[in-house]
Design a protein around this ligand. Structure first.
Ligand code: XMP
Length: 483
């Protein structure tokens, strides 16, 4: 191939702003569309949104909010293994039909120690187990709140415990809790060993979040990011997470592939790999990594990325998504595609889904929510939250995710730092984005996401054309956050 052929054969790496969706014949009103989509063999999302594994985006609060609103939060890895496991544990403990890994205390635990445990685990009641691990009482907030910290649990606990057996149904448990006006029901076996705990809080929460995605035990689903080389972290998280994401900027790399093969064998969580950006990379993932559940696509499109500026290498999210989706289809594979980076509004999501994505990942959008880590900052009468790239100097200072980028020089950052406008609770953003997405589906005439793959057609817009399709020739009172 001549050098000039590199221009002739150059592919068009189109991005969100390059295209629009063409309206199509429709027999459907937007509110009849569904945005439910299968993400992996075990998990179907009610809203096709994931929050990015970044330390300004997804910790436990975000992951809980995402799962409760039908999406999925991916916990970041820019922290110690213990901290990431703790975040996952908190998500799994947030709700459950039956809490299985019950924290128990003994009669000789002091009230002071108990109060510390309550704060640490964010729980308000503990079964008390005595000799032979048999249940002897229950100590709840009501028993200890006014007690001297030096007293022992045996002095303050409720000794007559109402319990349920292992076959109890949720409905029966509800009635028992109601009848005895209690909040917690320890589940015990015939030898009085504690096998679980059912709480009123968990039962009532179910009604509050009809879109929540839960595992078989009624716990919220949770995902976490790991380096493909950090097998220990993956193994430690395995007990608590449903999906493990390999989290590197350029996954199409021999060492990443070899490490991931080992990782897949060691965990029973489903594994989604990324990030990748080309047809060839997807093909290699399908053919060389047996057992993966999906690929995450997009390199350099993120709002905080400077990768493509620093290196001039990248695969814009839309281009990457369509390449991956084609490779999957050509190989008759069933793995899913997640579009990651550069998504600002429901229209971008609609386009990503139209070129074959199952779901979309967003950092910037969710960084501005109440549930993201970090403080609200007021600047010139507006509120903001901090947001920085995982390749930025700020994130790299923590040193846990340095291997996300292959850094030939410590001086090169592949991400920037700044603030994003505060947007309020995740629930509001997800509702707004689902409504916007359904409106787009109405224009396309697609009743669900698989129909978008088949029906949606794209047209190219020029840069000047893009100016016309955005609001223009009007003074508006403030920035429109969806633009
Ligand atoms: P948005 O546009 O939603 O993008 O803010 C979030 C995604 O960007 C990726 N990411 C980075 N990419 N340098 C990069 O090149 C970085 O420092 C960086 N930090 C995050 C990541 O895939 C995320 O989901």
């Amino acid at each position: 191939m001549g050098f000039r052929d590199k221009f002739k054969d150059a592919e068009k790496a189109l991005t969100f702003n390059d295209v629009i969706l063409l309206p199509g014949w429709t027999t459907l009103e937007p509110n009849e569309a569904t945005v439910k989509i299968q993400l992996t063999k075990r998990i179907t999302l009610n809203s096709p949104f994931l929050s990015s594994p970044m330390d300004t985006v997804t910790e436990s609060d975000m992951a809980i909010a995402m799962a409760r609103n039908g999406g999925l939060g991916v916990l970041h890895r820019n922290c110690s293994v213990e901290e990431e496991v703790d975040m996952a544990r908190r998500v799994k403990r947030a709700e459950a039909v039956i809490i299985r890994d019950v924290v128990t205390v003994t009669p000789s635990t002091t009230v002071g120690e108990l109060l510390k445990l309550m704060e640490e685990h964010h729980i308000k009641g503990f079964p008390v187990v005595g000799r032979g691990s048999k249940l002897v009482g229950i100590a709840t907030w009501r028993d200890v709140r006014l007690a001297e910290p030096t007293l022992k649990v045996r002095d303050v606990m409720t000794k007559k415990v109402v319990t349920g057996d292992e076959d109890i149904t949720l409905e029966e448990a509800k009635q028992v809790l109601h009848k005895h006006k209690i909040e917690k029901l320890p589940i015990i076996d015939k030898d009085k060993h504690v096998k679980g705990l059912i709480t009123m809080k968990d039962i009532t929460l179910k009604g509050d979040f009809p879109d929540a995605i839960r595992d078989e035990e009624g716990r919220l689903i949770c995902a976490a990011a790991v380096s493909p080389f950090d097998l220990e972290r993956a193994k430690a998280l395995n007990k608590y997470v449903d999906i493990i994401f390999t989290d590197v900027a350029h996954f199409h790399n021999k060492n990443c592939f070899e490490a991931t093969k080992k990782l897949i064998k060691e965990v029973n969580a489903e594994v989604i790999v990324g990030n990748i950006g080309t047809y060839q990379a997807t093909e290699d993932c399908i053919t060389k990594l047996d057992g993966i559940a999906g690929v995450k696509c997009g390199i350099g499109s993120g709002s905080i990325c400077s990768t493509s500026v620093v290196t001039r290498a990248g695969a814009p999210t839309l281009f990457a998504t369509s390449n991956a989706a084609d490779a999957i289809r050509d190989h008759k594979s069933k793995i899913s595609v997640i579009s990651d980076g550069g998504i600002r509004n429901p229209g971008d999501i609609a386009v990503a889904l139209s070129v074959g994505a199952n779901a979309t990942m967003m950092g910037n959008v969710f960084a501005g929510c109440s549930e993201s880590p970090g403080r609200l900052v007021a600047m010139e009468g507006r509120y903001y939250k901090e947001y920085y790239g995982m390749g930025s100097a700020r994130a790299r200072k923590k040193r846990f995710a340095l291997d996300r980028y292959s850094q030939p020089s410590k001086a090169i950052n592949e991400g920037v730092e700044g603030w994003v406008p505060y947007r309020g609770p995740v629930a509001d953003i997800i509702h707004e984005y689902v409504d916007g997405l359904k409106a787009a589906m109405g224009y396309i005439g697609a009743s669900d996401i698989p129909q978008m793959w088949e029906k949606a057609r794209l047209a190219l817009v020029t840069e000047r054309g893009y100016q016309e399709i955005a609001p223009h020739d009007i003074m508006t009172p403030g920035p429109n956050r969806l633009l």
